[in-house]
Design a protein around this ligand. Structure first.
Ligand code: PMV
Length: 358
């Protein structure tokens, strides 16, 4: 693979149809702050999920040269609301795949999780679309290895949504240069393969839907808050340290360190938003009540549950598969009333995106 440009400019013009399913991911060390063309200010690491998925099919058909051209359906219905985001994505990736200019893309997408549930779908959506585009490109690149294709897909997905770079393979992905992970870089995410401790196999993620409203701060505006933020440099240094600590915890099966780091990262992300200008309070009272109850239950029962958060009010509760019964009993008993329509989503660490063969 010839990065950094990843440019592929063979003049291809053909019909091609493909379909890919890409998972969402949940960051343990959070990406918050970007520069240049979607480059992260700090490294991040995430669990690849397995049930929260976007499935996207694309039909490429030749057309006269021009700017990116597409039609889009979500759940089999036309969805013009999504057009600007897709248009921007295709424009950004066109320099890295100029043949896009000679094709019309007919895109059709669906999510396995409820739309507008407050669960971010940009990671799985951008990854699934990027994988379809790379699959097309791959037909004309017979020498590409599976890894080359994954790198390019991650590289393109990043240009749609930073965290989408980490929605390609499992069980964990690292994006952004980190001393702890040789080969990690800012352009695309990698799936390091040290011997992760088996306690993290099928690690569980129960997502509590505390608030289903649309995000109060867009992702780009959110990352922008780190520019000139009084604590920015300390925050980026902290993320680097937590990458090292988490790597040790994930390979040694050190749950105490895993829990301490994961929760500290979630709280730092929200602390950054609370102390930026303008500032954002994205937790709801129920979010905070859940965080406290998770800690109390852990102390009282010894069950190694911990929480993490995205840039919103919903809570992800993480725990080993072997603790599923007490954890789910606790979650159902304590949190059903806190969640919108009593809803939560049970997910777990997964293996990554797949091509869907009809
Ligand atoms: O991918 P974006 O630009 O939506 O940013 C996502 C940022 C967080 O979800 C808050 C953290 C992360 O690393 O996923």
């Amino acid at each position: 693979m010839h990065h950094p440009s990843f440019v592929f400019d063979l003049p291809i013009k053909s019909h091609f149809q493909t379909q890919w399913q890409a998972p969402s991911n949940i960051a343990l060390v959070k990406y918050w702050g970007k520069h240049g063309q979607q480059l992260p200010k700090n490294p991040s690491i995430s669990f690849t999920l397995s049930h929260c998925l976007t499935t996207t099919s694309v039909h490429f058909s030749p057309r006269k040269d021009g700017s990116p051209h597409f039609d889009f359906k979500f759940d089999q219905k036309k969805q013009p609301d999504f057009h600007p985001k897709i248009q921007q994505f295709l424009e950004r990736i066109q320099p890295y795949f100029p043949a896009l200019a000679q094709h019309h893309l007919s895109i059709s997408s669906r999510n396995s999780f409820p739309h507008s549930s407050g669960i971010a779908s940009s990671a799985s959506a951008m990854a699934a679309l990027a994988l379809c585009i790379v699959d097309f490109e791959k037909q004309h690149h017979p020498n590409w290895t599976e890894e080359d294709a994954q790198q390019k897909a991650s590289f393109l997905a990043r240009l749609g949504s930073g965290s989408a770079a980490r929605s390609i393979v499992g069980p964990m992905m690292v994006w952004g240069t980190s001393k702890a992970f040789p080969g990690s870089n800012d352009l695309y995410a990698v799936a390091p393969q040290p011997k992760w401790h088996p306690i993290f196999n099928n690690y569980q993620d129960t997502i509590l839907l505390v608030d289903k409203d649309a995000k109060k701060v867009s992702s780009t505006a959110g990352h922008g808050l780190m520019e000139g933020h009084p604590f920015a440099e300390q925050r980026f240094a902290q993320a680097h340290r937590n990458m090292e600590l988490l790597k040790q915890a994930l390979t040694a099966g050190d749950l105490a360190t895993f829990i301490a780091c994961t929760e500290a990262e979630a709280l730092s992300l929200h602390a950054m938003m609370m102390t930026s200008d303008p500032s954002f309070l994205l937790m709801k009272p129920n979010t905070l009540a859940i965080l406290q109850k998770v800690r109390d239950f852990r102390t009282a029962s010894g069950t190694p549950l911990c929480f993490t958060l995205d840039a919103g009010a919903n809570v992800h509760i993480l725990y080993p598969e072997q603790d599923r019964i007490p954890a789910m009993e606790f979650i159902k008993y304590e949190f059903t009333d806190f969640c919108h329509k009593g809803a939560f989503i049970t997910d777990q660490v997964g293996e990554g995106a797949k091509k869907v063969i009809d």
